[in-house]
Design a protein around this ligand. Sequence first.
Ligand SMILES: [Zn+2]
Length: 403
Amino acid sequence: MPGRPGGAGAAQRDTGSQTALRERNTRLVVTALGLNGPQSQAALARHTGLSAGTVSNIVRELAAAERVTTSPVVTGGRRSTEVTLAPDRRVVVGVDIGRSHLRVMALDASHEPLGRADVPLRAGHEPADTLKLADELIGTLLSEHGVDRSRVPLVGIAIPASLDPVHGSVVQANVLPEWAGINIVDATSEAFDLPVIVENDANLGALAHAVTGRFADVECLVYVKVATGIGAGLALRGRVYGSTTGISGEIGHTQVVENGDICTCGNRGCLETVASTRRIGAELTRIRPERSGDVAGLVDAASGGDPVVTRLLLDAGALVGRALAPICNLLSPDVLVLGGPLTRVAQPLLDGIGQSIRQRSLPAATGHTQFVLSDLADDAEVHGACLLALRHALAEGDDLISK
Ligand SMILES: [Zn+2]
């Protein structure tokens, strides 16, 4: 006898779809906690698009299953409940490969860093040597904290190069010319014997600031990294912008000097030829031959209040601002975060950027923009690499929910 519409079959389907919906919503809450860290139920509702009532029910269920912990907090005079993901057995690892540094960090699902390590690299380091060294750092970091490699679902890699978003090969590597053409996904996953996810370092710096700390959730955040190369990352409501070509934020190759010096990209007068740490260091050594022009030398001179470095940083900032002003007119960002290896001494650089942008942009577009130094400093990119890995690990087959 054929079943009637609305009979037992339909009721089962309804129950099935309700279960699927609840699982989907639970996954949204867990992913938001994994990505954005401990937060209030109101923030969870905002991050997931779920109603306050639905979030409250899911949090109660997850707390009963000991998957989250809750604690009362008072923010801005208002009481709320802060929800934190209970760490499971999994640990994600971030690796930041630069021209002159290698940095590794491990993070658990509650956003608690297990530890970090960094070593300097010589200029022109070869991929095979660097990846072997990175593998050793990962091994030491994990064993120091008693974490077996099988507990690492994913490694996030930050690299100062543009990447083909489909194949993972390095398409533009002016900072790391020895790495051009390498399939970075294959090379790193083989070297670490772990699954990896790779992203441009400035984009990961933007991600780190857009999902944690005081600027989490701003409408529009621009992260600018001034190092050997100069790059930018853009985060809109906590999501990092990525183009179809994999190339974006390449402000270092914006021409700021007509008929200037030839750049590594082949054009003339790019921002990198006049405002990179390499150029600032070269100028310092020219004026003060007794000083070292590497990053450590620059930081040392700036910390000692050398007026030459202050002027060099201010002038470099003015040029960075020249490249950023049209972008600020386009986006009207809420916050511009400056990072890179000079962050700790970069106030004059930031002042130069802010003054230059305000001079060259519409006051209505940038009057509200906050110009700040990164509070994550050198760790912004490696932290972002961990968060990227965490986001993907939580989104793919999440055993946090079923446990
Ligand atoms: Zn260039």
